[in-house]
Design a protein around this ligand. Sequence first.
Ligand SMILES: [Zn+2]
Length: 276
Amino acid sequence: MTASIQFRWLGVVGTELTANDQTLIIDPYFTRIPILRTFFCKIQPDHELIAEKIKHGDFVLITHPHFDHLMDVPDVVHNTGATALGSANSCQLLAALGVDEQRIRKIEVGEKLSLSDFEVEVFRSKHMWVPGFTPGLLSPDLKPPLKAHSYRMDEDFSFLISIGGYRLLTDPGENPAEVPSADILFVFPYRHDVYYESLLQQVQPNVVSPTHWDDFFRPLSKPLRPLIQPPKWPPISLGRINLTSFRNRIERIYPPTKVFVPEIFQTYNLSEIIQA
Ligand SMILES: [Zn+2]
């Protein structure tokens, strides 16, 4: 087992893992475009903020190319020399946004990637339905800056990352059929109990960590605030996502696990999270 694997939650789905001087990043997003601008305006990454938040990177995995997952990736690649890995649409968007083709790698469901000491398996994930952000082909005319809806998704991935004897699984999507077991499960905290019951029986995680719960339309200069609960029927609760009730639900549904809510940008040792 590797002595030390560092973990940082970067906000939204953003995750950073460092082992043996190699850094793997998932879906870094710091720019946090205000919601009204995502409807009408051309949007641009906050170059200064991205440079401040990410100093090193070797690999950047992209779950899917929506703006809150891909928009800041070109800056991260440019600043660190990392290689970005994603679906066909992700790769096409990165190229249109000026990323050197040498730094882009297309990946597919079923692939097993060896990225330095990180072993990554790519699973299919189903994205929740979001009006205006349905899957499809990219516009043939991708001239930056782009509008938010031009960051169009084709596929959505879940990643199983194995490092130093640990297995970490990113959110498996809306209707996961077969999911692997993992030590840490990152999951969106706004689904029904029946979803978590089936998922947790399959994954059997030691630790569940909620992601994509923070209001990603609010700048990082303000304190984090939970997102408004996405519409669900029957409703889980009204108003904003409640992490205390999420913790209670998960620990009731699957008592062997515990819920871990990391502080944004704080560095943790993976072994401490799993053994705590
Ligand atoms: Zn999305």
